[in-house]
Design a protein around this ligand. Sequence first.
Ligand SMILES: Cc1cc2nc3c(=O)[nH]c(=O)nc-3n(C[C@H](O)[C@H](O)[C@H](O)COP(=O)(O)O)c2cc1C
Length: 167
Amino acid sequence: MSGRILVAYASKNGSTAEIAQAIGKELQSAGKTVDVIEMKTVRTLAGYDAIVIGAPLYMGSVIGDMGKFTGHYCSELAKVPVAAFVVGVAPKDPKPGAIEAAMGALTKALGQVTPVASVLFAGKLDPAKVNFVMRKFMEMAKIPTGDFRDGDAIAVWARGLPAVLKV
Ligand SMILES: Cc1cc2nc3c(=O)[nH]c(=O)nc-3n(C[C@H](O)[C@H](O)[C@H](O)COP(=O)(O)O)c2cc1C
């Protein structure tokens, strides 16, 4: 089935934006019509058959843009299939409970939106992009740094979306 899909993302340092673009490319390759748009600039959900939303984790929470988006478009998002992704270094964090905490933060940011699929992707944390105090905190807390994005995992998830979104 052909279908028009919105991939709405939030990103502070660009890595989630690149993941959103990669998802959009896969959906296009599957014959879908796709718009990949930063969620704070989205003005309407009219005309979309399905929505994919994604945002990164900062300090234990999904950045505020996602909560604002899901709150603002709550009634529209109840009428179309929604898939959600969250990005962080949690998959590389050996601390027990890191992945569960990341998925819990996604659920919180989704509010009343129930996704048909949700996933945590490993992101990119460049210590050069954070201030001195934060860098020291990250060292002390043993937070993993590097580009952990897995293009294959992202592509596999994106390829499965048309079936779960029924578009
Ligand atoms: C200050 C700071 C706090 C972060 N906090 C978390 C966190 O609580 N959990 C997590 O999994 N990743 C955390 N990260 C990693 C980011 O989620 C990761 O770098 C992500 O890819 C950033 O996405 P962006 O480039 O789209 O902004 C943090 C990164 C920074 C710089």
